[in-house]
Ligand binder design. Structure first.
Ligand code: ATP
Ligand code: MG
Length: 434
C-alpha cells in the first residue's frame, strides 16, 4: 500500500510512499542523480541511481525545471548521508505543474533580493521556509488572541467595514462610492464596538482589517492592517483596560514561545516574556525622557516616531520591552476619549513595544453631553454621528478598550525590520497588487 506522506511524517519502515512538493534542486553526477523535494514542512532527498530507476521516471526527474510541482512515489530507504536519516528511491513520478524558466526570483539562492521584487512575486517568496514560518507564527498568534479573549469573557464580533463616517480623523479616510453616496472604509471598529457596550454584550473583541489612507512610506504603516480591538463595559478607569491588555499579552507571548517554538527555531529567534505588570509612564515623564534624549518637545506635542524611539532605548536600558504611556493631552486623542477633569490631559494610554506604539486605548466618554462637546471641539458635526450617539442616550455603561495592530505586534515580537514582512500581500501608497 502506498502511504501519503509529507517530508516531516516519512519514516523508515513506511515502505512505499507518495510525497507531493516542489523540486528545489537537482544534481546530476553521472551514474547517480539527486533531487531535493521541498514541501511546507521541509525537504527530503530523492536519490536516483540511474540503473535502478525506471528510465522514463529518471529522465523526468533529472530534467524537470526547479520549483515545478511534482508528486513522487518512492521506496523509503535508510541513509546516513541525509539530515532525515532516510532517502527516497523513486518508483514513478507525476509532474503536477511545471515551472517556467527562468524563475522570477530564487527560493533558496542566498542572494539578497530587494523587498520590492520579493513582494512583486510574493507567492514564490513565501515558499522560503523562513517566510512560511512568519505566517505560521501570525496564525498561531491570532489563535492565541482569540483564546485569551474568550477565556476572559469577551465575545467575538464583526462590525461593518463600509461606513458613513470615520472615527480616527479625516486625513486617513478612504472614500468609497456607495451607489452614489459617499462612504468610507473602516479605519477601526471604534464606533461600533462602543455601540455594542450599550447592548449587554459587555465585553467584545474583533480581529479584522482596518483601512487608513496613510500617504507616507514608513516601515510601520500600511494602508490595510489587521486590527485586534477590544472593548469592555462597567469599568471605573482605564487601569482596568491596561490590566486586561497585560493579561492578554502575557498569554500571547507565553503561548507563542510554546506553540511557535518550531517556527521560532527556523527564524533563529527567541521571544522574551516580560514580567507583568508592565511599567506605566506618564506623558510628562516621557516628555522629560525625550528631552534628555535631545529632542525638543513642548508640552502637548505628540511624542512622534523619534520620541517613541528615544523612550524605547531608555526603557530597554532599564530592562523593559513593553510599557504603557499614560495620560496623553486630550488634544492629541480622538473625540471618543474621556478628558481628565480640570486638566488638558485624557484617560488614554498607548502600549509601546521596543520603542514603537503597538496599541492605543483608554476610557471612553460615555456621557452624551460631554461626548457631543468633544465631537464639536474636533470640528466634526454630531449629526454625522447620530447612529452612534443614539446608543448613548438610553443607558450607556462606562467603558473602555484598545486597538492593537497585529502586524506591529508580530514585528516587535520577532524583530522584523518592516511591517510588510508580516503581511502576505501588503498595501501601501505605491502597492495595490499582488
Ligand atoms: P501611529 O501614530 O503609529 O500612526 P496611530 O496612533 O495613528 O498610529 P491608532 O489610531 O492609535 O494608530 O491605531 C491603533 C493601533 O493600530 C496602532 O497602535 C497600531 O498598532 C495600529 N495601526 C494604526 N495605523 C496603522 C497603519 N497604518 N499600519 C499598521 N498598523 C497601524
Ligand atoms: Mg495611537
Amino acid at each position: 500500500m502506498t502511504l501519503i506522506r509529507n517530508t516531516k511524517s516519512i519514516a523508515i519502515g513506511d515502505g512505499t510512499v507518495t510525497v507531493n512538493g516542489w523540486v528545489q534542486d537537482i544534481r546530476n553526477l553521472g551514474g547517480i542523480s539527486f533531487l531535493t523535494l521541498r514541501d511546507r514542512f521541509g525537504t527530503v532527498q530523492v536519490t536516483m541511481p540511474k540503473k535502478k530507476i525506471d528510465p522514463e521516471t529518471f529522465v523526468m526527474l533529472t530534467t524537470i525545471s526547479r520549483e515545478s510541482a511534482v508528486s513522487i512515489t518512492a521506496e523509503v530507504k535508510e541513509s546516513n548521508q541525509t539530515a532525515l536519516g532516510l532517502e527516497l528511491i523513486p518508483i514513478n513520478a507525476e509532474i503536477i505543474s511545471e515551472a517556467a524558466v527562468p524563475l522570477p526570483m530564487g527560493v533558496i539562492d542566498k542572494v539578497n533580493v530587494e523587498m520590492d521584487t520579493r513582494l512583486n512575486h510574493r507567492f514564490m517568496d513565501i515558499r522560503k521556509p523562513e517566510i512560511t514560518a512568519i505566517f505560521e507564527l501570525k496564525s498561531i498568534m491570532l489563535g492565541l488572541i482569540s483564546e485569551a479573549c474568550r477565556e476572559n469573557g469577551f465575545v467575538q464580533v464583526s462590525t461593518p467595514k463600509i461606513n458613513s463616517s470615520g472615527a480616527e480623523g479625516g486625513a486617513t479616510l478612504f472614500k468609497v462610492d456607495y451607489f452614489g453616496r459617499e462612504a468610507y472604509l473602516a479605519q477601526s471598529p471604534q464606533l461600533y464596538k462602543q455601540i455594542l457596550m450599550s447592548t449587554g454584550l459587555d465585553r467584545v473583541f474583533e480581529i479584522s482589517p482596518a483601512f487608513r489612507a496613510e500617504n507616507s512610506n514608513t516601515n510601520r504603516h500600511v494602508t490595510e492592517f489587521v486590527s485586534f480591538d477590544g472593548e469592555m463595559a462597567w469599568i471605573s478607569s482605564e487601569e482596568e483596560v491596561m490590566s486586561m491588555i497585560e493579561k492578554i499579552m502575557d498569554f500571547i507571548l507565553k503561548g507563542i514561545k510554546e506553540k511557535g517554538s518550531e517556527q521560532l527555531g527556523i527564524l533563529g529567534k527567541s521571544v522574551n516574556v516580560p514580567a507583568v505588570p508592565y511599567p506605566r509612564l506618564s506623558y510628562e515623564e516621557c516628555l522629560s525622557i525625550v528631552r534628555e534624549g535631545g529632542l525638543d518637545l513642548k508640552d502637548g506635542d505628540d511624542l512622534g516616531t523619534e520620541g517613541e524611539k528615544i523612550i524605547g532605548e531608555h526603557m530597554s536600558s532599564e530592562g523593559f520591552d513593553l510599557y504603557f504611556i499614560c495620560g496623553y493631552p486630550e488634544d492629541a486623542k480622538p473625540f471618543y476619549i474621556m478628558e481628565k477633569d480640570g486638566t488638558s490631559y485624557s484617560h488614554s494610554f498607548d502600549l509601546d513595544y521596543k520603542g514603537q506604539e503597538i496599541s492605543s486605548g483608554g476610557q471612553r466618554e460615555h456621557r452624551i453631553d460631554r461626548l457631543i462637546s468633544r465631537i464639536e471641539k474636533k470640528g466634526l458635526d454630531p449629526k454625522d454621528f447620530e447612529f452612534y450617539l443614539e446608543a448613548f442616550r438610553y443607558g450607556m455603561p462606562s467603558h473602555g478598550g484598545w486597538g492593537i495592530g497585529t502586524e506591529r505586534l508580530l514585528v516587535k515580537m520577532i524583530d522584523l525590520p518592516n511591517i510588510r514582512e508580516a503581511i502576505l500581500f501588503p498595501r501601501d501608497v505605491s502597492r495595490l497588487s499582488p
